[in-house]
Design a protein around this ligand. Sequence first.
Ligand SMILES: [Fe+2]
Ligand SMILES: [Fe+2]
Length: 175
Amino acid sequence: MLKELNQQIQEETYSSYIYLAMAAWLEENGYKGMATWMRVQAREEKIHADIFYNFIMERGEHVKLEAIDAPPDSWESPLELFKAALAHEEHITGRINHMVGVALDVKDHATYQMLQWFVEEQVEEEANVGEAVQQLTIVGKDGRGVLMIDREMSARVYAVPTSAPWYPKSGQPAA
Ligand SMILES: [Fe+2]
Ligand SMILES: [Fe+2]
């Protein structure tokens, strides 16, 4: 279980890293609103990694950080980029579900309970990214439509996940 929790620090940190790469590509290509949205997303993922870190500490276990791969640095279009983000979230959902299975197998009820927050969070994550994919698909190559979506997505602001378990315990600085 501990190995899985440590691996998840890596997975969530990589999520943060790939979304930062996506934010950079979006900003470089003139989609500033979507870039803002992605930077908020990247920040949320960093918090997810912190939650797993805090949880391991709280249990008196050992944090072992793994290597983080370099993410891609270019995508064909905003639509292809958000499709890649959705595929990534689906991968993370698979990871969370896998960990829930392990927690049940080894009867680790505390971890099982902590993971429930992530089970819910993943439903929201897939819905949010899925909505962007859907809207970008609708407008297709219509530049004005894409810029309207870009403007709408610029409104996203970072909010501290106060409902999250193990945040901001264990000396986690407030965002
Ligand atoms: Fe996450
Ligand atoms: Fe996520």
